[in-house]
Design a protein around this ligand. Structure first.
Ligand SMILES: [Zn+2]
Ligand SMILES: [Zn+2]
Length: 154
């Protein structure tokens, strides 16, 4: 991994670049994957083809609605998740816990919503309890990741 601010090599999960003191995912001066030059707004690295993600949560768009229009709760939580390089999971998300798959649907977590429904049916409801607790604990981060345009399961 390479620091997106100065291009110096950083370890996976490292919170601060020892060369420049920035968070390694701040700014978009260099590709996070190969260290090649990149600029703000660039979509893929022209050297390695790696997708260049938005440098900050301020660049996040959800269904054409700007990040600034999101609920303050998520703005604050997303900022904390970003600042800790996704080590912080977000506060326990009671909406995600209580509404599980329905919550997933409203947050654009479509694959996850279907998975929760299927697991619930297969396990005759027992899986739903497990999944609800999981979503409560991790829901905010899953939502953060989907807002960043990541493609993932859990
Ligand atoms: Zn750096
Ligand atoms: Zn690259």
């Amino acid at each position: 991994m390479f620091c997106k601010n100065c291009g110096d090599e950083v370890k996976e999960g490292q919170m601060v670049c020892l060369n420049c003191g920035f968070g390694p995912t701040k700014n978009n001066n260099f590709c996070h994957h190969c260290g090649a030059d990149s600029v703000e707004g660039q979509i893929v690295c022209i050297k390695c083809g790696f997708e260049i993600k938005p440098s900050s949560v301020h660049d996040i768009y959800i269904n054409e609605v700007k990040y600034e229009l999101m609920k303050p709760y998520y703005q604050i939580e997303f900022r904390k998740i970003e600042e800790t390089n996704e080590i912080y999971n977000g506060k326990f998300n009671w909406s995600a816990f209580l509404f599980s798959w329905m919550w997933c649907f409203t947050k654009g977590l479509t694959k996850q919503a279907f998975t929760v429904v299927v697991i619930s049916i297969v396990t005759m409801g027992i899986g739903l309890i497990v999944m609800s607790v999981y979503l409560g604990a991790n829901g905010t981060k899953l939502y953060y990741r989907v807002c960043r345009g990541e493609d993932f399961w859990f």
